[in-house]
Design a protein around this ligand. Structure first.
Ligand code: HEC
Ligand code: HEC
Length: 291
């Protein structure tokens, strides 16, 4: 009995000492600034492999129930090629085309997608393109591209491994000019946009706030971000009477502020961010809840 008790005590003390040591080392690394955040500093090979594996498994799990539309049509892939040129080449490059400075110096490095078809299913490529990869620099395109445009890019990625540099150049000659996709693209939507309801989607609005970089300047309750005060805090914005001292704080007023900032108040320090109508409606809906 006595022995058991001593063993328990020794184990407890050892655990406590180890935990304290770990906390001290962790504290030194965080508060002492010992962790080197330089982008020129590489991960260990093992860390790299573990992160890569975790990322792949995460995508696989989340993409498993997505229905893939038919992707074999060449016209579809050609529109996707143009969109790839406009939105992806700067980071991922293409056959015979170097990525831009940004893409070449990012950490992790955005790899060439010429072999993506061989280790991702179409629905997984769709998922990655739509949702992005957090803490890697891979953007989420959900708020920039229409759903059918994302599938078009995926259709193009299915063809990419078969294109050498001259054939890629040939595809580019046939592809539609920029802007080929996104809200500025000059084309009729493949499926007419049916606005099911003009009701804001509040949770989508919360996400649209950080996908439109609002938290770069504003403290926004419910949205993770730095304590920045470049713009006024949006705490309690829902119960304020005026927006930026100029507009009545109604849902329409807020949408106008977000979509036409510089027309509403010429010269204001808040830039006009190109917020889409849908994003503006959802954001206004979310902001109205901040009371
Ligand atoms: C600002 C740079 C940037 C842009 C623009 C960009 N990406 Fe990425 N992409 C990345 C980074 C960084 C990664 C992560 C690489 C890693 O973790 O190995 C990535 C990863 C990916 C992956 C997973 C690749 C793999 O096999 O590991 C796919 C697929 C992808 N991007 C598709 C796209 C598509 C399609 C577009 C255009 C619509 C695009 N990306 C635009 C930076 C970018
Ligand atoms: C580059 C910094 C910056 C970004 C990014 C930015 N804002 Fe602002 N915002 C400001 C500044 C500065 C003001 C004050 C403008 C004024 O009063 O003339 C402001 C004012 C506002 C106001 C009025 C606040 C009040 O107290 O009346 C709202 C609401 C607002 N911003 C929402 C947004 C949303 C939503 C986004 C993202 C779509 C956004 N802002 C992005 C800087 C920014």
């Amino acid at each position: 009995m006595r022995n058991k008790r001593t063993m328990f005590l020794v184990a407890a003390v050892t655990t406590a000492v180890l935990a304290l040591l770990a906390a001290l080392v962790g504290g030194a690394v965080v508060f002492g600034g010992l962790y080197d955040v330089a982008s020129t500093q590489e991960h260990f090979q093992l860390t790299h492999r573990v992160l890569e594996k975790a990322m792949r498994q995460s995508v696989k799990l989340r993409a498993r129930d997505i229905q893939e539309p038919p992707l074999a049509d060449e016209a579809l892939a050609l529109r996707g090629a143009a969109c790839y040129r406009d939105k992806c080449v700067q980071c991922h490059g293409a056959p015979g085309v170097s990525p831009g400075d940004l893409g070449k110096s990012m950490q992790p490095l955005p790899g060439p997608l010429v072999d993506a078809r061989h280790h991702w299913r179409a629905r997984e490529l769709y998922w990655v393109t739509r949702h992005g990869i957090r803490m890697s620099g891979m953007p989420a395109w959900e708020f920039r591209l229409r759903d059918e445009e994302i599938w078009e890019v995926v259709a193009f990625l299915q063809r990419l491994p078969d294109l050498n540099a001259p054939r890629y150049a040939e595809w580019m000659r046939k592809a539609p000019p920029a802007p080929a996709c996104g809200p500025d693209a000059l084309r009729a939507p493949a499926t007419p946009v049916v606005v099911a309801s003009m009701q804001p989607d509040i949770e989508r609005g919360r996400i649209a706030l950080h996908q439109n970089a609002c938290n770069a300047c504003h403290v926004i309750p419910g949205v993770t971000g730095a304590r920045v005060y470049v713009g006024p805090t949006l705490e309690g914005i829902g119960s304020r009477q005026f927006i930026a001292g100029t507009l009545q704080n109604t849902p329409d007023g807020m949408m106008r502020w977000l979509m036409a900032t510089q027309e509403v108040k010429p010269g204001t320090a808040m830039p006009q961010l190109g917020v889409s109508e849908r994003d503006a409606r959802d954001i206004a809906g979310y902001l109205a809840t901040l009371r």
